[in-house]
Design a protein around this ligand. Structure first.
Ligand code: NDP
Length: 243
């Protein structure tokens, strides 16, 4: 029987590296994206290069109705299957100091990172519980663990994801479904495009910015059967930033 994993925001950056990792673990990877189809197709190509396979599913995780109907359609097309691994990775940042932060910046980040987690996870949860096996991995951030000036919207959303991870893990631990969060530090992706790299590196004990595949390796382990007794954990991948 085919095994399915859904990676939200799988078209670029950390999500892409996670898709490739899960494909190498024999998962049929469902690559979600919102706007950049070409990038999603490139991820699918990389997935196929591992010898695995996948499909692309376009929806905006912050749009509850769209998310539910796309996932329902997927279920209709796969009546005997279920998505056993969910990686809630889609996210954006809209940085600003609290004093200058406009409502749109606050809302968009909360809508995608926090409401997106609810919108995607809830419809998939039932089948995981019925099958008594599942892996939910939420991509949080160091910004959710400590205060990051200029990122109050992002810190609030990522901190809430940490709290939600802990709570959900306890709600369903007896059902064979684990829920964990990964908290990356600074990882080389489009998200860091406008950041002053040298100043950032000076703050990191490892002295360098991380690579997307260094996050994906941990996600892969948490998604594996071997990680069966790890749940409710919040694990930084940050070169020592929060040590
Ligand atoms: P990128 O900007 O490289 O990629 C973001 C991905 O999310 C894209 O695939 C994008 O799709 C998708 N996405 C954005 N909004 C939506 C939406 N509404 N619905 C569906 N998909 C969406 O980011 P990263 O790879 O750097 O970040 C991935 C995750 O890791 C995020 O949650 C981020 O907060 C977190 N993180 C990143 C860090 C870093 O240093 N890079 C540090 C800590 C945490 P599309 O291409 O269609 O826009």
């Amino acid at each position: 029987m085919k095994k399915y994993a859904l990676v939200t925001g799988g078209s670029r950056g950390i999500g892409r590296a996670v898709c490739v990792k899960l494909a190498a673990m024999d998962y049929n990877v469902i690559i979600n994206y919102r706007s950049q189809q070409e990038e999603a197709e490139k991820t699918l190509q990389l997935v196929r290069e591992t010898g695995g396979d996948g499909e692309i599913l376009c929806f905006d995780v912050s749009d509850r109705q769209e998310t539910e109907s796309v996932l329902e359609l997927w279920n209709d097309r796969h009546p005997d299957d279920y998505i056993e691994v969910l990686v809630n990775n889609a996210g954006i940042c809209r940085d600003n100091l609290m004093l200058w932060m406009v409502p749109e910046e606050w809302d968009e980040v909360i809508d995608i990172s926090l409401h997106g987690f609810y919108n995607v996870t809830r419809p998939l949860l039932k089948k995981m519980l019925l099958r008594k096996y599942g892996r939910i991995i939420n991509i949080s951030s160091v910004s959710g663990l400590k205060g990051m000036p200029g990122q109050i919207n992002y810190s609030a959303a990522k901190g809430a994801i940490i709290a939600a991870t802990r709570t959900l893990s306890r709600e369903i631990a007896r059902k064979g479904v684990t829920v964990n969060a990964v908290a990356p530090g600074f990882i080389q992706t489009d998200m860091l495009e406008n950041m002053e790299k040298e100043a950032v590196k000076a703050q990191i004990p490892a002295g360098r910015i991380g690579e997307a595949n260094e996050v994906a390796e941990l996600v892969g382990f948490l998604a594996s059967k071997q990680a069966s007794y790890i749940t409710g954990a919040i694990i930084p991948v940050d070169g020592g930033l929060t040590a």
